[in-house]
Design a protein around this ligand. Sequence first.
Ligand SMILES: NC(=O)c1ccc[n+]([C@@H]2O[C@H](COP(=O)([O-])OP(=O)(O)OC[C@H]3O[C@@H](n4cnc5c(N)ncnc54)[C@H](OP(=O)(O)O)[C@@H]3O)[C@@H](O)[C@H]2O)c1
Length: 376
Amino acid sequence: MVLLGATGFTGALTAEYLLENNPGGAKIALAGRNLEKLGALKDRLGADVPLLKADVTDASSLRDLAESTKAVATTVGPYINYGEPLVAACSAAGTDYLDLTGEPEFVDLMYVRHHATAVKNGARLVHCCGFDSIPHDLGAQFTVEQLPEHVPIKVEGFVRAGGRFSGGTAHSAITAFSRFRQWRQVAGERKRMEERPSGRKVSGVKGAPHREADLGWVLPMPTIDPQIVLRSGRALARYGPEFSYGHFMVPGGLPAAAAVTAGVGLVGVASQIPPARNFLLGRIDPGDGPTEAQRAKGWFKVRFHGEAGGEKVVTEVAGGDPGYGETAKMLAESALCIASDELPQTAGQVTTAQAMGEALRGRLDARGITFGVLSS
Ligand SMILES: NC(=O)c1ccc[n+]([C@@H]2O[C@H](COP(=O)([O-])OP(=O)(O)OC[C@H]3O[C@@H](n4cnc5c(N)ncnc54)[C@H](OP(=O)(O)O)[C@@H]3O)[C@@H](O)[C@H]2O)c1
């Protein structure tokens, strides 16, 4: 498999993880647009690993890359700006593709433009292989699997996390906020094209701020994560004849809830106004990110409440620094999993639960991202 974007902040962490945690001996290469920078990374990591030059503005370099390997994982974002050429190259070559996007517009656009070609050529396009959306997608699937089969299932996810952003993530988030209208349009196009499961109902729960007995105040969290969970629910019959999912954040008290709402609102509005958006983007450098000491303090816990056929279950997915340490691990394990493990036959744009499910969960659990039942 090949890692593209290895010289970036998250890319370098992913490269380091891959080279240190590859017990199966998968053949790995690192790719980027700058061979000198890649060489410096290789020296720093002290690894004997092939380096490949590939630039997302050079379609022939991506074609060569996609035709030379089984799977490509990319950290070159914002994906709406840089992602499509590699999705196109992998779809055409029948090569598996994985990324770290959390940008709904990009994911929907790639479905509209490349899903059919990927299905025809047997390529799996797996977006959102980082904190967006693996703990939520695999955690919801784990919760469903604790509940009875063939009955309606209701799951709610509650996210708690502590950590810092990198420059690349901040640029991607601000870009995504600024393109809300474009996303609505492409989401509509996708909805018109995409087949719905027949005889089964899958629905999202918008929800409202409220108190949960075990967690305190929670706020609806309309990120890409619930969209991904619902896609898994549509693709997999195990989620039952009727599946509903609601996604919330746990801000840690009412004042924090008000501050989060105001902060997100402010960045959302500023992102729509070009001078304010440029001011925000100018304050953060892509390539920057939290230090090792800051990352070591990061943590996340996603709790799930599940209900079906009169039974209830509470589960939790937990790990360390959500943004980078664990995201690098999640992308690396996803890439190793898709390149080496026995998996269900899938093709086209697929979720992590659909493409890798239990195999990926086992890999992550073995590496400290735990999936557990708290009560049933
Ligand atoms: N979903 C999640 O949980 C999560 C978590 C972390 C990050 N992310 C996402 O991951 C992405 C990367 O974040 P980051 O902080 O690692 O960003 P970054 O440090 O800015 O890295 C970007 C990488 O893209 C490469 N690149 C830029 N233009 C290129 C081109 N034309 N051809 C080939 N490579 C090119 C850069 O290469 P050079 O080194 O040569 O400049 C660098 O390796 C962002 O979209 C971020 O949102 C998501």
